[in-house]
Structure formats: structure tokens, C-alpha cells
Design a protein around this ligand. Structure first.
Ligand code: NAP
Length: 255
């Protein structure tokens, strides 16, 4: 399903930096913010994907591995809209969870967002306007077994977002989290294929019975739905929404 563009947004003259913009939700956010007139900086570990999205959006590519925090500090600081989106998943029980993967996930999904917020806030404060959109997850609010690193990193992002909201308020900067349930992206396609293999069932059964077991609406979210919400957070009527965590989870966390 394709999402209609419902938000009237003009970001002409604004810059937007989106991490993990080579794929999935990040790509959808880059496309949406570019459509609103923003000059988009496409950050991704995959150089080819970053260049392709930059070409498609009229933006600029910044290939970067966000687990390299020195590289993160070198990214552009002249940013009006920051979308902290890049992420990865590792699934394993705590007793077997690889410590190096735990550290990697904290670096990419908690430390890099902190470094980026720190990097861009002076510019936002100077302009008296800034929007920080953190792509968290239902796993920023509740836990699931076997996802210790991911759940920990997303909870850290929730805390960072709230502190940013409090400090940024006097400077016209808002900071919010978006908390999707399952979104149809390569990250989830891989989980569907893995679960189908593990349980010996078809992919549609994995979606209905396993992934969406807790969802009231049995549908995967479209990346464009998430991008539309990110765009809304940049509009004038959203200026008083800050420190919030907005779910788009088919009712998952209503239980
Ligand atoms: P995706 O399609 O895999 O996109 C994530 C992007 O981040 C990829 O382009 C990936 O590059 C990039 N990336 C990974 N590690 C990186 C690193 N070290 N440095 C720079 N870029 C890196 O995933 P997605 O589903 O759109 O997820 C985007 C965000 O939404 C994540 O934070 C995720 O936790 C969150 N989220 C997703 C869902 C969902 O159901 N899909 C639900 C809730 C929240 P490679 O592909 O080359 O690794």
C-alpha cells in the first residue's frame, strides 16, 4: 500500500541529515523530507545505496559506518532536521548473546545518535529552530525476549530524546521518538525468512501468527507511513510536541 502525502510541509532552505537512509524507513524519510524541499544528507554504511538515494532525492551522500564514532564526529554539523534512524538487529538468548554484537548495537543505535545530537545542536540553537526525530521502536517502550542489545539501545534512545527535548525547548528545538511495530523493510524481510526456516512454515503465516501476534491490526507498517509521521513532526502545528514517543504499531502496545 502506498501512503498518500497528507502533511503540508515546506522545508525549503532547511537541511536534513538522515542516518541509515540507504534503505527502508531511512530512505522513505529522506525521500519525504526532500519532497518537502529540504537539502538532504544521506548517511549510510552502504556507499552505493547512499549515492543512489542521494541521486534520487537531489541530496548529498555521506558514506559512514556509525559504529566508528570518530567518523560520526566528522559528519556535517549544519543540520536543521536530524533523523536518527540507522539500526540493526541481532537475536540471541542472553546466555549466548555475543558481547561484541551488544557493544556494536549500542554504538550504532545509542552512542552515534548522542554524538549527532551533540554535533548539530549548536547550529539549531543558533538558528532558533531544530527538529530531532529518533526512529525508536515498540522495543523502546516494551521488551521482547532474545533482543537484549536492541531493546537496551532503543530504551537509551528514549532517554536521550527526552533530555534533548528538555534542553532544546528554550532554543526552538523539539525532540521526539517514533515507535513503529513491524515495518516492511529489508530488516524485517530477513527476520521473516529466518523465522519461516526455523518454524518450517510459510512467510505469510510467520507474519500473521508470529510477527503480528500482539498487533490488533494484522498489517505490516509501510515505511512511507513512518516518514509521513516524521514529516508531521517538522510542521508548525507540531511545534509543541516534544519529549514524546509516538507509536505507529497497529495497537501492539495497547495491551
Ligand atoms: P534497514 O532497511 O535495514 O535500514 C537500516 C539502514 O541502516 C541500512 O541501510 C543499513 O545499512 C544502515 N546501517 C546499519 N548499520 C549501520 C552503520 N553501522 N552505519 C551506518 N548505517 C548503518 O532497516 P529499517 O527497518 O528501515 O530500520 C530503520 C530503523 O527503524 C532502525 O533503527 C530500526 O530499529 C527501526 N525500526 C524498524 C522496524 C521494522 O519493523 N523494520 C520497527 C521498529 C523500528 P546495511 O543495509 O548496509 O546494513
Amino acid at each position: 500500500m502506498t501512503t498518500a502525502r497528507v502533511v503540508d510541509l515546506d522545508l525549503t532552505g532547511r537541511t536534513a541529515l538522515v542516518t541509515g537512509a540507504g534503505s527502508g524507513i531511512g530512505r522513505a524519510c529522506a525521500e519525504r523530507l526532500a519532497a518537502a524541499g529540504a537539502d538532504v544528507m544521506v548517511v549510510d554504511i552502504d556507499e552505493r545505496a547512499a549515492k543512489e538515494v542521494a541521486a534520487a532525492t537531489g541530496g548529498r551522500a555521506f558514506p559512514a559506518d556509525l559504529s566508528d564514532l570518530d567518523r560520526v564526529d566528522e559528519l556535517p554539523a549544519q543540520v536543521d532536521v536530524l533523523v536518527n534512524n540507522a539500526g540493526l538487529q541481532v537475536v540471541a538468548p542472553l546466555t549466548e548473546f555475543p558481547p561484541d554484537k551488544f557493544s556494536l548495537i549500542q554504538r550504532v543505535m545509542a552512542e552515534a545518535p548522542f554524538r549527532l545530537v551533540k554535533l548539530v545542536l549548536p547550529h539549531m540553537y543558533q538558528r532558533g529552530w531544530g527538529r530531532i526525530v529518533n526512529i525508536s521502536s515498540v522495543h523502546g517502550l516494551v521488551a521482547s525476549p532474545y533482543k537484549a542489545a536492541y531493546v537496551s539501545a532503543k530504551h537509551a534512545m528514549e532517554g536521550l530524546s527526552k533530555v534533548t527535548a528538555l534542553e532544546g525547548a528554550a532554543h526552538g528545538v523539539t525532540s521526539n521518538c517514533i515507535n513503529p511495530g513491524f515495518v516492511r523493510t529489508p530488516l524485517v524481510d530477513k527476520q521473516i525468512a529466518d523465522q519461516a526456516a526455523v518454524h518450517g512454515i510459510g512467510e505469510s503465516e510467520v507474519i500473521g501468527r508470529i510477527l503480528l501476534a500482539r498487533a490488533a491490526i494484522k498489517e505490516l507498517v509501510d515505511p512511507a507511513d513512518v516518514a509521513e509521521l516524521a514529516a508531521y513532526l517538522c510542521t508548525p502545528p507540531a511545534r509543541l510536541i516534544t519529549g514524546s514517543s509516538i507509536t505507529i504499531d497497529c495497537g501492539w502496545t495497547a495491551h
